[in-house]
Ligand binder design. Structure first.
Ligand code: CAO
Length: 428
């Protein structure tokens, strides 16, 4: 058994134990901090002078210790303890050398047979008044300051519960817990929207949000906070596609433009697998999917729902159209199951039936991109000799810039144009 004792403190006066950084059963490493002592002018962190398992603590917070007092018993490990005695620099000399290590001053003393081996601290550093915060006169030991630094906590915000108004480790921990509960209210945390009594400006009424709207709000907030998004705008000439679509309609086959876009999009995702990926949780890798399911945003009386159409690459445009119409109807009727809305690799949001020239759809993680369709309109296009009327579809491709670069997004939207401008390219 080994006893840990304090080094020579350089005077007869005693220091208060203000923090105990170890507990019985701990495996102590050599020079690991064990105690924080406070004398009138300094805070001293005492490093372990031997490695081993702590079998007994001989002190408690509030005790007073002086030079060579024992404070713990240790079952020493194989690592040879450093048994040289040392002397803490006296306070005058430490005033200008706050982090200086004291040099050993005595050689090891042979221990009497049968007596516990006494291992004294060999090094310590003294920081005269270093724990006194100039601005707010805060007291905290080095270990607490280190913890606060690691957690990004400003000590002035922490309520102290220790002796002489000293901030303890537990105070920092409960401050962090409190902040997490409140959703954070300091530093870089997102400030809350101020609560305003709108009735002071005129009559109001309050409508409770339904579950769809609440889920959308949560998903959009998460998406906007976590994904650095960019939107690439482009225009696609769908004149021929529309003529083909109309000819199908004349034959009684009504096919949505979205079904054609689904097919062309799946070809693009096959060509650019990054668009069919998710960033791993630790941000270290990309998870590339070998399946290809696409969600389509549907405007329903309850709010936005996104049913997922499976295996888009393998399906014909007619099959995709059938899936789209069925899913959209189920969404409007409120008959979608949770499974119907899961597993999407990409999303299409079409506002073309309503209008608008462009918008910035929001990428919803873990997906890395979303395609917005706006209203196609006839536009004059120069063919080198004259202006001709062409049907132009505006698209808005938003992407997660952590995963997709701008050049890749531009190539992707050009590839989509390649497939939609001439559908024959899809079967090549
Ligand atoms: N350009 C020009 N006209 C378009 C068009 C476009 N991009 N897209 C649709 N139209 C026209 C067409 O004339 C279409 O009628 P026909 O197909 O008979 O000619 C008509 O608008 C209706 O289209 P639609 O968009 O309602 O129907 P759809 O089958 O093409 O799309 C669906 C299905 C589910 C995408 C759509 O009904 C829908 O819900 N869209 C809203 C999606 C949404 O809310 N997105 C925002 C999400 S973020 O808040």
């Amino acid at each position: 058994m080994t006893q840990l004792t304090l080094p020579d403190m350089g005077s007869d006066s005693k220091a208060d134990v203000i923090e105990i950084l170890i507990k019985e059963g701990d495996d102590l490493a050599l020079e690991q901090s064990t105690l924080v002592l406070e004398s009138e002018k300094a805070t001293i962190e005492v490093p372990a002078s031997a490695a081993g398992k702590v079998t007994k603590l001989l002190v408690k917070v509030g005790d007073q210790l002086g030079s060579f007092d024992a404070y713990a018993e240790l079952e020493a490990s194989a690592v040879a303890p450093n048994t040289s005695k040392s002397k803490v620099p006296n306070k005058q000399s430490t005033a200008n050398a706050s982090t200086e290590f004291a040099a050993p001053v005595e050689s090891p003393v042979a221990k009497p047979v049968g007596e516990p081996e006494v291992v004294q601290a060999t090094q310590t550093w003294v920081q005269p008044n270093a724990d006194l915060d100039d601005e707010a006169e805060l007291y905290a030991g080095p270990a607490v300051r280190r913890l606060a630094r690691e957690l990004g906590v400003a000590l002035k915000d922490v309520k102290a519960t220790g002796m002489r108004n000293r901030i303890q480790k537990e105070d920092v921990q409960s401050f962090v817990k409190q902040q997490l509960k409140q959703g954070g209210s300091s530093g870089l945390a997102i400030p809350k929207t101020p609560e305003i009594d709108f009735s002071q400006f005129g009559p109001i009424r309050e409508e409770r949000l339904n579950n769809v709207k609440k889920a959308t709000a949560k998903a959009m907030t998460l998406a906007n906070l976590t994904v650095p998004q960019v939107t690439q705008f482009d225009q696609i000439d769908i004149t021929e596609l529309e003529q083909f679509r109309q000819s199908l309609a004349e034959r009684g086959e009504k096919v949505s433009l979205v079904a054609f876009v689904l097919k062309a999009l799946a070809c693009c995702m096959r060509d650019f697998p990054t668009f069919n990926s998710s960033l791993s949780q630790d941000g270290e890798s990309l998870i590339i999917k070998e399946y290809l399911h696409v969600g389509v945003a549907v405007d329903t009386p309850k709010g936005l729902l996104v049913p997922v159409i499976r295996d888009v690459l393998q399906k014909s445009v007619l099959k995709l159209n059938q899936n789209l119409q069925e899913m959209a109807e189920q969404a409007r009727q409120g008959n979608l199951s949770l499974a119907d809305m899961q597993g999407g690799c990409f999303t299409i949001s079409s506002l073309g039936g309503i209008g608008g020239t462009a918008f910035t759809p929001i990428v919803t993680p873990p997906q890395v991109a979303i395609l917005g369709l706006s209203k196609a309109e006839m536009q004059p296009k120069w063919n080198g000799e004259s202006f001709i009327a062409r049907l132009i579809l505006p698209i808005s491709l938003s992407y997660d810039h952590r995963v997709i670069d701008g050049a890749e997004a531009a190539r992707f939207s050009r590839r989509l144009a390649y497939y939609l401008q001439d559908l024959r390219n899809i079967i090549m």
